[in-house]
Design a protein around this ligand. Structure first.
Ligand code: NAP
Length: 316
């Protein structure tokens, strides 16, 4: 076999991919991780992570991912700062391409994650991490006694709005239609919450903010009535996007089984996909929990599934 052949190739380097790498490295499988265009994944765009067990004082997202990478490397995992551009799982060994480079693998673990959808509105990029967030669980704590907006009308928006009332003094759900696509029970729960106000049918036109002593801060939003086009400014300290996530599965369309929203499907409670020898872990295969710790747990399961499956093929 060539130098470009590996027993295990892991695609994606968030908590799922790096945990899989750690376990497979410790099983002497010499895994290789293709880190993709955002090494470390979604946690590298959050600030403090306070809910990852083992870090009593919290840890910065990028630092956590750095530690995970080093821990996997310590046991022999290799990480490539390369993006996978094509796969061929129709034959074994499996083929994984990065541009013009061609690699082969006996087993593949897919942990390409999901990406939060963003509005693309004016001010959004400028204030990301300074009041604009796509993760209430990660960042809600920083908005104690402050006013925040949640954008969206699905279950995520309802869940995030409710969650944010633990901290915020007022939560405004801004949704572009008067009808909500969330489940009725979740919508009713939110409607009964005295800290939550609904603003419909409104879309965010611009995110407003200031910069003092080099520190950027959201101060409000310009919102537009989607029926009559009138605009108004609302004062808020934080804006949370809850307009859905997109699993990063474009590479696997027509190859691996996905649900109607593009999430990879795994068999029962394992990490087996519909192609034997190809496993999936983390947010790419989980639209329910989407936490760093659940992704890491699933990465561990994928590594163990891959190790046992490879052993059955006589590859150790
Ligand atoms: P979703 O159901 O796709 O809802 C996205 C919401 O964002 C919709 O209300 C949509 O508006 C709005 N939106 C999308 N793009 C927008 C844009 N550019 N500008 C303004 N608004 C925009 O996504 P989700 O809420 O993340 O839920 C995804 C899946 O996970 C669903 O199946 C959901 O049931 C499930 N989930 C379940 C739970 C739970 O059961 N605990 C919790 C969270 C999620 P429109 O309605 O106008 O299209």
């Amino acid at each position: 076999m060539s130098d470009n052949h590996h027993k295990v190739i892991i695609i994606g380097s968030g908590p799922a991919g790096l945990t899989a790498a750690l376990y497979n490295a410790r099983a002497n499988l010499n895994p290789v991780v293709f880190e993709g265009i955002q090494p470390g994944g979604q946690l590298t765009i959050t600030t403090e992570v306070e809910n990852y067990p083992g870090f009593e004082a919290g840890i910065q997202g990028p630092e956590l991912m750095d530690v995970m990478r080093k821990q996997a490397q310590k046991f022999g995992a290799k990480t490539f700062f390369k993006e996978v551009t094509k796969v061929d799982f129709s034959k074994r060994p499996f083929v994984v391409e990065s541009g013009k480079e061609v690699y082969t693998a006996d087993a593949v673990i897919i942990s390409t994650g999901a990406s939060a959808k963003w509005l693309g509105t004016k001010g959004e990029d400028e204030y990301k991490g300074h009041g604009v967030s796509a993760c209430a669980t990660c960042d809600g704590f920083f908005f104690r006694n402050q006013k925040v907006i949640v954008i969206g009308g699905g279950d995520s928006a309802m869940e995030e709005a409710n969650y944010l009332t633990k901290f915020a003094s007022e939560v405004m759900v801004v949704h572009r239609r008067n009808e909500f696509r969330s489940s009725k029970i979740m919508e009713e729960r939110v409607r009964k919450n005295p800290k939550i106000k609904f603003m419909t049918p409104f879309a965010i036109k611009e995110i407003l903010g200031t910069e003092e002593n080099g520190l950027k801060k959201v101060t409000g939003a310009l919102i537009e009535n989607t029926k009559d086009g009138t605009t108004q400014e609302v004062e808020v300290d934080g804006i949370f996007m809850a307009i859905g996530h997109k699993p990063n599965t474009d590479l696997f369309k027509g190859v691996l089984d996905m649900d109607e929203t593009g999430y990879l499907q795994v068999k029962d409670s394992s990490t087996y996909t519909n192609i034997e020898g190809v496993f999936a872990a983390g947010d790419v295969a989980d639209k329910t929990y989407r936490q760093a710790v659940t992704a890491a747990g699933m990465g561990c399961k994928a590594a163990i599934d891959a190790e046992r499956w490879l052993a059955d093929q006589g590859i150790e």
